[in-house]
Write a protein that binds this ligand. Structure first.
Ligand code: ADP
Length: 632
């Protein structure tokens, strides 16, 4: 990107590149802080420059040396031309300069590699550092944090914003140093060694170039971002239509979708043309400025030559130097854009990093994994930002090794109760105790190591089935994995896949049914053989028989260990030692299955209704524990 001199045409392609690369439209939302104030980002990044002081010192030093070596060529031309004009040029001089210039070119080549490695290397290390910091920060955040922020925004911070800061630490430093050092050296040479009046005249159009670069650069960038947005809308639309193609066809909406697609397509074209328009203005503008600068130099220079105040060689040297000034001027214009984007992005990253995690370890928190009886004493719990409590007066508990069933309508608070046990949120009034100690008394890691959690919305990663099961225990043997899969009644399904346990799951692999996904999630938790197993409506997508088989195997394999089962279908909790019925965040009944059949009309009604439902669904084969044949 850096170029010693010459015509700027080739670099104009790069102009666009710089603007597009560190894409960040919000940086342009407010331009009132534009100007030298933006340079504060260099101060903000000072800690990094100090950390990488060797790389930056070498990089800047090399740039300085290069700025000086660039002066050799124009000087050589001047000497040779003057010798030609005076008729004193010797063959030996010509050989000297040719060999010398070749040596300089090789030297500059080497230095060019060095500064790039130093400056861009350091900038990329900053990228690594910030990405790592941000990722760690993300992993510390609670679900409440992710609830408040859009995934797209968080991704944008991790990509665009970091890229913009990296741009400041690399391109920003380069353009700053280059415009000041290279530009300064060239101008000083012109003034001191050639003619200060000629310098003054030739430079008249140059500030306009820096201004134009800054101005057009900003415009190109903003329009480019709009074009990008339109393009991603187009992408989203295509994706949505491909995945929803069955619905579109079923509802006969092809035509409407086609029209909508064309509308978005037109928008993309319009916005790209808008970019091209400014881009098209950019080249001629630079050319006109450079052209007038050369015109002034040659016109006034010839006048000086005619008056014998300047030699022909000096004038030639001057015009070459003028060519070398184009890059620093462009760089100066870019500098403000790069730095402006970097500052805004850096500020956003800093704000994000300063968000404290809501769930943290208490100082005296225990490292010992949680185990023992579970006591729930929640007077009330309200989700952050909501007025109505999600849970109220939940007083219950079970002994270690027992099973607790939690049932109730959708929205009654079952998941909320389990999330409080996992400390995804902290109870606002009251506490949950495990082994006599509140959950806040355990280190988060110790607490979660004791709990195997199967959430309602199962998550499978794009890797093999085996690795998905071994997610929480990567060093598990194949036998352990298969055993867990057998308990979860998914082993046979897996063997039927083309590559068995090595079958890849997800977009690029096999498509699993909802029930298979649920059972793989269960196997994942079972593999950990956790002290407390939590199934949050984790059997909803499997049929009654499979549910029964899984529960039977769990009971056999989890003797002495605690299990919590939240379920919509009551057959899932039939064998629980205690069942609590939730309604609108309160316990409305509790007891064993037999007791609730007696005391809770809702429970009895639901059991009967659901039994009838499954009889109908399963062709009257019966779903009760007594009648189900074992499923392998
Ligand atoms: P269930 O698991 O029984 O279907 P939940 O525990 O998911 O019920 O929900 C209980 C109540 O809490 C519902 O009214 C739900 O709208 C509310 N709720 C759940 N999650 C949140 C949240 N993150 N923020 C605010 N309210 C929530």
């Amino acid at each position: 990107m850096k170029q010693g001199g010459g015509y700027p045409n080739k670099r104009n392609k790069n102009v666009s590149k710089v603007y597009f690369d560190s894409g960040n439209d919000q940086a342009f939302v407010s331009r009132d802080r534009e100007g030298w104030g933006e340079m504060s980002v260099f101060k903000d990044l000072w800690w990094f420059f100090r950390m990488e002081k060797r790389a930056y010192a070498i990089g800047i030093l090399v740039l300085l040396v290069l700025a000086l070596t660039h002066l050799i060529f124009p000087y050589a031309v001047r000497v040779v031309i003057d010798q030609i004009a005076a008729g004193t040029l010797q063959m030996s001089d010509l050989v000297f300069w040719s060999v010398g210039l070749l040596a300089v070119a090789v030297f500059e080549y080497g230095l060019g590699v060095i500064w790039r490695l130093q400056l861009f290397g350091a900038a990329n290390r900053l990228g690594r550092l910030l990405r790592d910091r941000l990722y760690r920060h993300y992993t510390k955040m609670s679900p409440a944090f992710y609830h408040r922020r859009r995934t797209g925004d968080l991704m944008a911070h991790a990509t665009n914003d970091i890229q913009a800061v990296v741009g400041t630490a690399g391109d920003g430093v380069l353009t700053l140093v280059d415009s000041i050092i290279s530009g300064g050296v060239v101008i000083l040479t012109m003034v001191w060694f050639i003619d200060w009046r000629l310098t003054l005249v030739a430079l008249i159009p140059m500030p306009f170039m820096a201004w134009a670069t800054g101005k057009y650069g900003g415009m190109i960038h903003r329009r480019f971002m709009l074009a990008q947005e339109a393009f991603s809308r187009l992408n989203d639309k295509v994706q949505e239509n491909i995945s929803g193609v069955r619905v579109i066809k079923a509802f006969g909406q092809e035509r409407a979708e086609q029209e909508e697609f064309e509308r978005i397509l037109d928008d993309v074209v319009r916005k790209n043309v808008a970019v091209a328009k400014v881009d098209a203005l950019f080249d001629p503008t630079i050319q006109i400025v450079v052209g007038s600068s050369f015109f002034l130099a040659v016109a006034y220079g010839s006048f000086l030559v005619a008056g014998r105040e300047l030699s022909l060689g000096e004038l030639t040297q001057f015009t070459i130097l003028l060519g070398q000034l184009i890059w620093p001027m462009l760089a100066f214009g870019w500098l403000f854009n790069i730095v402006e984007r970097g500052r805004a992005s850096h500020e956003r990253i800093r704000n994000l990093l300063s968000v404290e995690p809501d769930i943290t370890d208490r100082e005296d928190a225990s490292e010992v994994p949680a185990s023992g009886d579970i006591e729930v004493r929640i007077r009330s719990f309200t989700y952050p930002g909501v007025e109505q409590p999600a849970l109220r007066d939940i007083f219950t508990g079970i002994k270690r090794g027992q099973t607790l069933g939690i049932v109730g309508k959708t929205g009654s608070g079952k998941t909320t109760l389990l999330r409080l046990l996992l400390r995804e949120f902290d109870v606002t009034d009251g506490e949950i105790r495990i082994g006599g100690k509140p959950v806040t008394g355990y280190q988060l890691e110790a607490l979660r190591r004791s709990i195997g959690y199967v959430p309602q919305d199962h998550v499978l990663f794009s890797t093999t089935v085996g690795e998905n099961i071994a997610f929480g225990k990567p060093d598990a043997t194949r036998e352990e994995i298969e055993e867990a899969a057998r308990i979860a009644c998914v082993h046979d399904d897996i063997l039927n896949f083309e590559k068995g346990y090595d079958t890849v799951v997800g977009e690029r692999g096999v498509t699993l049914s909802g029930g298979q996904k649920q059972r793989i999630s269960i196997a994942r938790a079972v593999l950990l053989d956790p002290e407390i197993l939590v199934l949050d409506d984790a059997l909803s997508a499997v049929d009654g028989r499979t549910e029964h088989a899984i529960l039977t195997r769990l009971r056999e394999n989890r003797k002495g260990k605690t299990t919590l089962i939240a379920a919509h279908r009551l057959s899932a909790v039939e064998h629980a030692d205690l069942i609590v019925v939730l309604d609108e965040g309160r316990i409305v009944a509790s007891g064993t299955h037999a007791e609730l059949m007696e005391t809770s009309p809702w429970y009895r009604e639901m059991v009967e209704k659901q039994q009838l439902e499954s009889l109908v669904l399963e062709g009257g084969g019966g779903v009760g524990p007594e009648t189900s044949p074992p499923v392998s």
